[in-house]
Design a protein around this ligand. Sequence first.
Ligand code: PGA
Length: 249
Amino acid sequence: MRRKLIAGNWKMNMFKEDGLNLVRQILSHVEGQKLPFDVLVCPPFTLLSDVCHAVNGKVFVGSQDVSVVSEFGAFTGDVSAKMVADIGAEYAIVGHSERRAGRGDTDAIVQEKAFNTIEAGLIPVICVGETLEEREAGKALDIVSAQVRGSLPKNVNGTVVIAYEPVWAIGTGKIPTLEDVAQMHNTIRAVLTEMLGPDTADQMRILYGGSVKPGNAKELLAVSNVDGALIGGASLKADDFWAIAATQL
Ligand code: PGA
């Protein structure tokens, strides 16, 4: 039985005090509870250490990216997976479409980042998803299957998380039909099974991301093979984030 993962991707938002307030509000729902799902927050690098300290192990913390390079060196501006692990985080998002499209992350780069993330003892959340043009051309299943094949590193294990995020659904308020979500998640599971065998593939969580809101979370999270949500905009408000999580109580 896969435990659902409710993950917040704060993107490039939050000064320190606001971020810590948000985390405190999330903690007020989590503390003393035995939740049937995992909670993950992914603040910007500037707040990772403070947030790790504040949550004190009660919710998981992840970075939004890691360097493609794993060892120390002259890579100005980069932060390695080992450095993220060193401050106590447990996860790292890799291959978000805002980095694939906006920062040149190819499948090969995402694969290397995911490899380094696992080597560092972190769990990667590997993002995949098609553009609107690709969906309208009927290519969504092929494109996403190819991204999964091209982005999974060879040290993958059952803890690794995939996030299916249609690019056209991110920040737009649009979501695919539940049938399309089911078809995509079933396809991703089939690709994972083919690549890794059923034992590993069955353990891996496949999140849906893209305009997840309190009003649509329950139905999205009830779809077959949807093992959680990666939430952008709605993760910046504790009430909305928790309303989404609370659909799983
Ligand atoms: P959104 O972002 O929830 O604001 O659509 C999701 C994401 O990019 O992870």
